[in-house]
Design a protein around this ligand. Structure first.
Ligand code: GTP
Length: 302
């Protein structure tokens, strides 16, 4: 029986995993390969699943991390995806708080040996965040380090605005922390996609156990009842604690239009949304004072 080739996408919250996933799916479509996606998000609602075209089998594991609370379910969902579809490729997008080796372990379960061949782990690193890691919690730094160390391929993303020195420093870190592993510096994870389908899993050393549990990453959702002025919202964002690693969801601005809103590492992005989506934002971070956040957001609603 044909085994599905599994690619695991790891990388910190907001680093660009979904951006890469879209390109991998496009390439597999061009090659006529039957592909499925397993997507894991920490929040109760999925925002990223809209990135997966409707004809691609998709399973979602929400509200927890596949490397800890949802590991049993991961096995079951993988089994289901393989049995229901004759797959060439299966792409797992882990939450940004997942340890890649724990995800790999779940895929190597004896139960799945006849169904899956794990091709490798691609870690998508938020390069500016990595350079600025001194401002993050010890656990968040350790997790990023582990995502680098255990990758079979590293995509250092968001490098467009970096100086030559910063790029050089990234290259040195890549060599020092995971010697011999191929890496590229990208913007919007644009790279030669075919090389990513030709990975091979290397021998793994013991890994540090840093997972969403230890990270104290919490998710929280805020629902808007009305519109929000962009300027007031961005002022609020500037004052928001830096331990908010990621925000995503839908927001209605003063022009009366709904936008898909994405925020990671100080960078807000708005994309016009044509469908009538629920106006709610998912926040992911450490030590979130949700009462204070809610109070601030309520004040800027109109
Ligand atoms: N400026 C810039 N933005 C980028 C780049 N790559 C991705 N983004 C944006 O960063 C945001 C997060 O990207 P995603 O691909 O959703 O990141 P992710 O790793 O899937 O996020 P989580 O699933 O929440 O962990 C989106 O708004 C992207 O459009 C890049 O190279 N430069």
């Amino acid at each position: 029986m044909k085994k599905a080739n599994v690619i695991i996408l790891a990388g910190f919250l907001g680093s660009g995993k979904t951006t890469l996933l879209k390109q991998l799916l496009q390439r597999e479509k061009e090659r006529n390969h039957k592909t499925a996606v397993l997507m894991n998000e920490l929040g109760q609602v999925s925002i990223d699943s809209d990135a997966v075209p409707g004809d691609i089998p998709l399973k979602e594991l929400l509200n927890g991390c596949i490397c800890c609370s949802l590991s049993d379910q991961l096995e079951k969902q993988l089994w289901g995806l393989c049995k229901e579809n004759e797959l060439d490729t299966l792409i797992i997008e882990a939450t940004g708080a997942a340890h890649p080796i724990d995800v790999l372990d779940a895929c190597l379960s004896p139960y799945l040996l006849d169904e899956l061949h794990v091709s490798g782990i691609i870690s998508v690193m938020d390069a500016p965040r990595w350079l600025d890691r001194g401002t993050m919690s010890v656990q968040a730094k350790m997790l990023m380090l582990e995502q680098i160390k255990h990758a079979d391929f590293i995509i250092w993303n968001k490098t467009g605005a970096l100086s030559d020195e910063q790029k050089q420093s990234i290259k040195e870190d890549a060599k020092r922390l995971n010697e011999g592993t191929p890496y590229v510096l990208t913007d919007y994870a644009k790279t030669d996609i075919d090389q990513l389908f030709a990975l091979s899993v290397k021998d793994r050393k013991e890994h540090q156990k840093v997972t969403a549990d230890k990270l104290k990453v919490k998710t929280w959702m805020y629902s808007f009842t009305g519109t929000v002025k962009k300027e007031a919202f961005e002022n609020w964002l500037r004052e928001a604690p830096s331990s908010i690693y990621r925000i995503k969801g839908y927001i209605k601005l003063e022009d009366g239009k709904i936008y898909l809103f994405q925020y990671s590492y100080g960078l807000p992005i708005y994309e016009k949304e044509l469908m009538k989506m629920p106006l709610r934002l998912v926040f992911i971070g450490e030590d979130l004072d949700t009462e204070k956040l809610a109070e601030g957001l309520k004040q800027i609603e109109q």
